[in-house]
Design a protein around this ligand. Sequence first.
Ligand code: NDP
Length: 334
Amino acid sequence: QEQLILQKRPNGMPTKETFQFREIEIPEPKDEEILLKTLYVSVDPYMRGRMSDGPSYVEPFQVGEPLTGGVVAQVIKSNHDHFKKGDIVRGNLPFQEYQVTNTTQISKVETGGLSPRTALSVLGMPGLTAYFGMMHIGEPKEGETVVVSGAAGAVGQIAGQLAKKVGARVIGIVGSKEKAAYITETLGYDVAVEYKKGNLAGQLKEACPNGIDVYYENVGGNISDAVWPLLNTFARVPVCGAISSYNLKEGEADIGLRMQPFLIKARAKMQGFIVGDFADHFHEAYAFLSEAVANGDLKFEETIKEGFHSIPEAFLGLFSGENIGKQLVKVVDG
Ligand code: NDP
């Protein structure tokens, strides 16, 4: 079996040299341990931060050690009373095809008839992130205008639908025509704005004649610069991510110093958050999301690459916009 290790820290965009596959033995579970076979692996933008050695809210990956992240796996052997062969579990685990774990790092997956991979998408971290960022920080109200950047991605696809549910007018910023069609036709966004077409400021102004009350921030940089002048009085800006800055090279100018005058003028509230800040409310969010999915009220997409070796490519594709909805890697069939 193989594991995926961090071979070299990237400076700027990760490359093939960033990653290496390494052969290792399949371990034997001891007492109270279980052996897992990886079914799905989640690749997420925040993993780019962990490849650098700077201080952050999660520990950096170590060079020569496996990458870790969201994994859905099947129990192959169990020496633990709570888990039996065949159970499907999820956890934040090393990226390898098989592994032994003590069971504190995993939980059983219950997705009510949906594929267990949804535990890494709509019914997992991205869905929860969208819920808390939009509902607890953005707090959209009926009739308000909400703009979501990265609108067709794992988080954005859910965030916009949640704002629609409370009766807001929702505009999504996306990188392709295909994504524009997805968010308007399938998800029910009111307008899609394609930033690669140019004149984003003009397109947004036209799409938001009443200004912007909530801006769900996923990308930062030039895209968001087009948003700030349109903020209404007492606008809210949940800052979920800033993916356009993640691959800046060391010493390259960072973004984000240009919006302050607009925040003051609008008395807008901008708040960064990490989904884990809301751990006490995961049950509420999970119940809401799973019911909405079961009722058909919440749509979602997943883009799936096949095979353990496609993890690097799937990860890099996040930064060129190759995914619609949640990008996952299917390692083997369950
Ligand atoms: P996505 O599924 O949205 O994938 C990334 C998307 O971002 C791409 O498909 C692409 O879409 C867009 N993108 C990539 N590079 C750029 C760029 N340079 N400029 C503009 N858009 C770009 O990822 P997630 O939904 O998993 O994550 C979305 C954001 O939320 C990220 O910033 C992530 O770090 C953050 N996040 C934060 C969490 C938290 O707890 N705060 C938890 C989870 C995610 P397009 O084709 O439209 O450009």
